[in-house]
Ligand binder design. Structure first.
Ligand code: ADP
Ligand code: MG
Length: 232
């Protein structure tokens, strides 16, 4: 089943007299359970595309369906509800809440978005802490964790509400290459375990090699789709 279908998708930004076409005529599908990378140099449109898929930004033209919902027509409020229900986010700079422990950071979406009873919440947070290998660091605050550990917590937080889709915009940009690979491996492992679809962006050729499907962007256009190294 296609989780995401885009056709003729575009995004235009107006700055003064100049119109920037950040995404041009993008047509693609992403299947459920896939492990996908949007790759391309800085300014090629990776974040713009991820933001539209994540309902953080609205397309200027074209169609975009995510999980059978036409997300291009959602109001801001509807988009927020849709995101809370279906999509987890992982950021380049982790975006953990500094005064909360790893445990509390992962628990946060369950309190804010989904009204789970305390016992069920505890079991779910522990399951995720175990899954990302951070159970022994549960009480530490982000400031006491390494970059790789922080990103593990962020991946757990993105998954805790049983999101079907996780979007990660340059999740390895602030990590050394060894840690970067471990974080991508972890995301892959989580895809296996929970069946979650992952889409991440990167401009790092070594990191992109770990994706099963890559969409290459140049100046806002998808110029290539490849599957495990092969062109399709
Ligand atoms: P990437 O994530 O690949 O670095 P972006 O999606 O951030 O690329 O940007 C693509 C293009 O759109 C760039 O030319 C950028 O300057 C422009 N752009 C992105 N966001 C905005 C905005 N809010 N207003 C104006 N231009 C923008
Ligand atoms: Mg970007």
């Amino acid at each position: 089943m296609s989780l995401i279908t885009a056709s003729g998708l575009c995004k235009k930004y107006q700055s003064g007299d100049i119109t920037v076409e950040a995404i041009k005529d993008a047509t693609f599908t992403i299947e459920q359970g896939s492990f996908v990378a949007f790759v391309g140099p800085s300014g090629s449109g990776k974040s713009t595309l991820l933001n539209m898929v994540g309902c953080l930004d609205t397309p200027s033209c074209g169609n975009l369906k995510v999980l059978d919902t036409d997300v291009s027509t959602l109001s801001q409020k509807e988009a927020a509800i849709f995101r809370g229900k279906n999509i987890g986010f992982v950021f380049q700079d982790f975006n953990l809440i500094p005064v909360l422990s790893a445990y509390e950071n992962i628990e946060y979406p369950l309190i804010m978005v989904q009204d789970w009873p305390a016992e069920k919440r505890h079991a779910r947070v522990m399951e995720l802490l175990e899954a990302v290998g951070m159970a022994d660091q549960a009480q530490k605050q982000p400031g006491q964790l390494s970059g790789g550990q922080k990103q593990r917590v962020a991946v757990a937080r993105a998954l805790v509400t049983q999101s079907q889709l996780v979007l990660a915009d340059e999740p390895t940009a602030n990590l050394d290459s060894n840690t970067a690979h471990k974080v991508i491996d972890l995301m892959k492992e989580m895809r296996e375990k929970f069946g979650t679809t992952f889409i991440f962006s990167t401009h790092d050729a070594k990191v992109m090699a770990e994706a099963e499907i890559t969409f290459t962007l140049v100046d806002g256009e998808i110029v290539n789709k490849s599957k495990e190294g092969a062109h399709v």
